[in-house]
Ligand binder design. Sequence first.
Ligand code: CTP
Length: 456
Amino acid sequence: VARNKLLDNLNTNSSAPLNLLLALKKSASPVAWALLHAVSLEAEKQNAPIYVVGGFVRDLLLGSPNLDLDLVVEGDAIRLGRVLVKRVGGRLLPHQAFGTAVWSLVGDQAAILRRLHVPRKKTIAAQVPEFIDLISARRESYTHSGALPDVVFSDIHEDQYRRDFTINTLALRLDGPAAGQLLDPWRGLSDVHRGLLRTLHAQSFSDDPTRMLRMLRLAGRLGFKIEASTLKQLKSYLHRLEAISGERIYKELMLVLLEENRVAILKEMQRLGVLSAINPNLEFSSSAAQSLKRAAMPTKNWEIEDFEISDLRFVLWFMCLPPQIANAVSDRLRLPLPLRRAALGAAKLQPELRVIAKLAPSAVVAQLEKELPLALYALFLNVSNGTAAKTLERYVTKWRHVRSRSDGNTLRKKGLKPGPAYSKILTRLRAAWLDGEIKNAKQERALLEKLVDEHR
Ligand code: CTP
């Protein structure tokens, strides 16, 4: 477990309430500190106790503070948000039904830093979080397993109780004389200390089966162990994953693929039967593990800028499944269409690549042109055969850009009637360039005359 001095120096056995205000001031970035200070002043004016909760407090204690601020207010989060926008800047995206709001700070960094009186340096501007979650303390109840919860306004204690793991229940008071006080009714601090993931109650995975995926992601990220009875709960609720929508599972797996320890996390999901509970065909094999380790975004040539690194990683994983299975699993996860096409294309092409690499360039182009660049790049990362890798690279950097000088207009001027002959002739000319049969404009003209005569 990654520990830091902060965690080790806390006297968790003392009966006095723990006060983390100094620790917060020392460990949080100047921007986070200034933002929390501004928020607490406004909350105090509204007589609304406010807490920073969840991942931020957990990571603060672990010595790796993040920018992900979740603020819970015992009051009206939207009203608080409106005042904060006036006072500090940014925009408010309220969600009336839940009494929550996202406070967006995107694009307004310089003005925000000025209003917060934080020195304006480039490095500091980058520390302004893009979004802050403002939440009215609420209780949630689940009408049935996996459903979205019903919501009722409540206090911080109930808000902590709706959370997934003890280490995510920690709430740090920000306003008034009690500022810095840690509310920890589920002994989350002790679990942070011991590096343990523990649910709050036995129904947690039944309420929301995606928490099983979240738990393994967190365990992998933090290097934490799963507490014994929580592990039993996981095993007994695995079957509930089958009923969870593809979109929700896709989102969770995408988050896993963005983790540094993604390979270890997926191996653990495979070992515990989480993947096969999602779908009996979903597997993370050792070849998929090898494949995922290679994932890196290229700097140029491959034209896959529209994709995220997690997309590439999905393709690198799914291309290791037999094509039919890759198709079924992509269906189950409702992968976005381009991703599905790329995964399936790469899965199908992978075994054929050695043979394709021996073909003439024009035949290679005919085979590869149907595929998305993402599929080709995933194949490139994965081929062990040097010739195949070179062929892919040549296709991407050179061959796919080769065109004949003649086009439809040229053929029309030659008096050829528009029809299927056009594409036949142009394809043939392009192939002749690709395969080195013609090398200059004169040779192209000669071949063109011959082809036009044949089709007249
Ligand atoms: N939460 C939950 N059940 C879920 C999703 C979220 O109980 N299925 C709770 C967790 O307690 C979490 C909080 O909602 O602390 C906020 O969710 P999120 O921002 O996704 O979690 P983080 O802990 O901040 O995770 P990450 O570090 O990956 O952003």
